[in-house]
Design a protein around this ligand. Structure first.
Ligand code: GYE
Length: 335
């Protein structure tokens, strides 16, 4: 049995449909209401990475719905995958004197200065989804999100099953579509995958090409087209998210090859469109990464505001899915 139940089933997030505004915008008051906790509503400033993927849309919906449900005033802004936009959003939340700041850092480095400004104003910071690298651990309270290194390991393990099932013999020539350069999920998923490869497949597997597709469909499509030209003998694709896999599928088909057969595909996330591609036989397996972090985040924000101690890393539990499970799982997918 491959899938483990995740513990976020009560999440209020809705389907990944619908794009976000095309330009960076601050949208405040969307969830504003009274808190019912003695009239002192919590104001949360949230800086989102962008709207690059189905995962991200589901995550945004989950955060907005959960803030509304909790009765918090949410100040939300979309950074369009640009660190400078996130830094200015965080600065503006500091100036506005919000109770708690939460953000999902686009890349791991370069946050110390702005986080020190928040600390100086005694505004606690909660990381969601992605981590940062800092020498000063006191600059954030906790991280609510997945173990990306483990997702990379799980991707390699499930690839073993995919290869066995497909009866692929001989050299495994892997193309890797990496996430955004410098982002925690890109660094850690590649690391976890490599760990398993180095331990168990030194001789039979090789990553022949690896490049970023920035977690987008357009990126996946474009980079895969280039991979197919430079390395036409690729027989496996490991994509750091479903959207890049879906983009890559278009290029594989355009090159006259069959995704899921001529090129075996493993990706990460488990968004609805990923499951659709899997049920059509075009993706062979998906490692789940749950975006419905809103309810857990709101819980933590309340605890942090009330001065309670919280765990340093609040991990999300996830499952793995093979192609033959896709059709059955599809109707109950929540994002
Ligand atoms: O896998 C990808 C998104 O940080 C876990 O970001 C997230 C990743 C997710 O763009 O689809």
């Amino acid at each position: 049995m491959l899938s483990r139940r995740n513990f976020l089933t009560a999440a209020v997030g809705v389907a990944a449909a619908g794009g976000l505004a095309a330009c960076a915008k601050e949208d405040d008051g969307a969830s504003s209401s009274s808190s019912g906790d003695g009239g002192k509503a919590i104001t949360l400033g949230f800086s989102q990475v962008g709207s690059e993927s189905g995962w991200r849309s589901a995550n945004t919906d989950s955060v907005k719905a959960a803030a509304k449900e909790a009765g918090y005033t949410l100040k939300f802004s979309d950074a369009q995958q640009k660190q400078e936009n996130q830094i200015s959003a965080i600065r503006s939340y500091i100036t506005q004197g919000v109770d708690v700041i939460a953000f999902s850092p686009v890349v791991v480095t370069g946050w110390d200065a702005v986080l020190k400004e928040a600390k100086a104003k005694k505004i606690p910071v909660v990381l969601t989804d992605r981590s940062v690298e800092t020498s000063d651990e006191s600059l954030y309270v906790t991280l609510v999100g997945s173990d990306f290194t483990d997702e990379g390991r799980r991707a390699a393990k499930i690839l073993e099953k995919v290869i066995a099932k497909a009866g692929l013999k001989g050299a495994v020539k892997i193309a890797q579509l990496e996430g955004t350069t410098g982002a925690a999920p890109a660094i850690e998923r590649a690391k976890g995958f490599k760990e398993v490869m180095d331990a168990s497949h030194k001789d039979d597997w090789k990553v022949v090409v690896s490049q970023t597709g920035d977690f987008t469909r357009a990126g996946g499509k474009q980079v895969m087209a280039a991979f197919l030209t430079s390395n036409p003998d690729i027989n496996v694709l490991f994509a750091h998210n479903d959207d890049m896999a879906i983009g890559a599928i278009q290029s594989i088909e355009a090159a006259g090859k069959k995704p899921g057969k001529d090129i075996l595909i493993v990706s990460i996330d488990g968004v609805k469109d990923g499951f659709v591609a899997m049920s059509e036989g075009k993706i062979n397996a998906i490692v789940e990464c749950n975006p419905l972090l809103g309810p857990q985040l709101m819980d933590v924000v309340k605890k942090v505001k009330d001065g309670e101690t919280v765990e340093r890393w609040i991990k999300t539990e996830e499952g793995d899915f093979m192609q033959d499970q896709a059709a059955a799982a599809l109707p109950s997918r929540k994002y």
